[in-house]
Structures are given as structure tokens and as C-alpha cells.
Design a binder for this molecule. Structure first.
Ligand code: SAM
Length: 214
């Protein structure tokens, strides 16, 4: 998702107290920002933030960080937070490629990827957020017993994501190719913006929950 460049979005982000402006300085110390010892869950590629804001409202006992690459998109999430402030949610504007510079070893308890960009050309496979290259980064920052959850309506991307698991030393705990008709996995599901749009068109939503063997 890339919205039209919005004049002033960089300035609004720079002034926002919801945004972690110097995340590398908090590597290994994200807890300080929330002033508690609660678990940390992150969403990478959060878009306008609907999913993570709903989660954060439901779970005040968990700290959340939403990561988004584009200022114009992050701006929308900031505007929503202004309507409904959530003390347990912060945002970072960054490219997830740099995630190892921002989060320390095993600093994160759970990772969410929702409707990640498909990068359909083979030569761009490394940029896909569920690629083995990204799984290797998540392997560092995620606690050993942590879980990663991924949803998409893009079957090719989901098949690719499943193929990447053994290559990167991950295992699937749960998999569905039709989340909205899976009685178990649909429990507690929170819709993302893209999920609402594509499921309304009749696209089945795929989801996995993955972990590493000890
Ligand atoms: N997760 C939202 C949803 O499900 O409605 C948005 C999905 S949108 C297709 C993908 C989002 O991920 C876009 O906002 C895009 O800018 C962001 N994104 C893609 N690659 C990223 C990266 N490497 N680092 C951070 N954000 C990224």
C-alpha cells in the first residue's frame, strides 16, 4: 500500500508522540518506552493500523509496536490514534529489512504479518516478508517459544511462504486455506483492512501460525 504523498506527513510523524523516532536507541530496551514488563507483539507492514489498534484495545496487558515503511500510510494510523489513544501501542516508520538494528535478540514475543506485499517477480523474492531471508531475521528477534502469524488472500504468496518454512528451520503449527470457514482458527480473528476488502470479494483467506523447534 502506498498512498499519494501527503504534504506535511513527515512533519506530523516527526511531532507525534505515538511514534518511536529513534528506535535504534531503544534496541533491547523497548520496555522502557511502555514503562512496564509486559510482552511485546509487533506487526510488520501494518498499513493504516486497523488490526493492531483493535488488538491493542483488546489487550492492555500486551505492548504493541506497528511497523510501516511509508509516511503517507503511517499518517493514517496516527490520525486514528488521535481519536482513540492507546497507551500500549507505538509505531515505527522503517523498512523491515533493518529490523535487526531495532530489536534485540529475543526481544519480541509475537510477530504478525498481514497481507504482505507479494513481490511477484522471482528476483524480488527476498523482499517478501515471509521469505527465508526475513524468517532468519525474525529467528533472531523472536523469543524461542514465540509464534509468528501470517494472513493473506494471495495463494501464490502463501504457497511460497509454506515452502520457505523448512528452508529456514520453522514449522507450521496451524494452517488454513480458508480462514473464514475454519471453525477453530477463526476464533478471535481480527480483520485487517485488506482482509475486509478481499474477503468481501469472495477471496478465501489463508493463514499460518509458525514456530521453531527447540
Ligand atoms: N497489514 C495491512 C492490512 O492487512 O490491511 C496492510 C497490508 S498492505 C498490502 C502492506 C503494507 O506493508 C503496506 O502498507 C506497505 O507499505 C507495508 N510494507 C511492505 N513492505 C514493508 C517493509 N519492508 N517494511 C515495512 N512495511 C512494509
Amino acid at each position: 500500500m502506498r498512498l499519494r504523498n501527503i504534504t506535511g506527513s513527515r512533519e506530523i510523524i516527526a511531532d507525534s508522540s505515538y511514534v518511536i523516532h529513534n528506535p535504534k536507541e531503544y534496541k533491547g530496551a523497548m520496555k522502557e518506552l511502555f514503562e512496564n514488563d509486559n510482552p511485546l507483539h509487533i506487526e510488520i507492514g501494518m498499513g493504516k493500523g486497523r488490526f493492531i489498534m483493535e488488538l491493542a484495545a483488546l489487550h492492555p496487558e500486551i505492548n504493541y509496536i506497528g511497523i510501516e515503511k511509508y509516511s503517507s500510510v503511517l499518517l493514517r494510523a496516527i490520525q486514528k490514534m488521535e481519536q482513540n489513544e492507546l497507551p500500549n501501542l507505538k509505531f515505527i516508520r522503517m523498512d523491515a529489512e533493518d529490523i535487526l538494528e531495532v530489536f534485540d535478540k529475543e526481544e519480541v514475543d509475537k510477530i504478525y504479518l498481514n497481507f504482505s506485499d507479494p513481490w511477484p517477480k522471482d528476483r524480488h523474492a527476498k523482499r517478501r516478508l515471509p521469505s527465508k531471508e526475513f524468517l532468519a531475521r525474525y529467528d533472531v528477534i523472536l523469543k524461542k517459544e514465540g509464534r509468528l502469524e501470517f494472513k493473506t488472500d494471495n495463494k501464490d504468496l502463501f504457497d511460497f511462504a509454506l515452502e520457505q518454512l523448512p528452508l529456514a528451520g520453522w514449522e507450521a503449527e496451524k494452517v488454513t486455506f480458508n480462514l473464514h470457514h475454519d471453525e477453530e482458527m477463526i476464533q478471535g480473528n481480527i480483520m485487517t483492512e485488506y482482509e475486509e476488502k478481499f474477503s468481501a470479494l469472495g477471496n478465501p483467506i489463508c493463514k499460518y501460525i509458525i514456530y521453531r523447534k527447540k
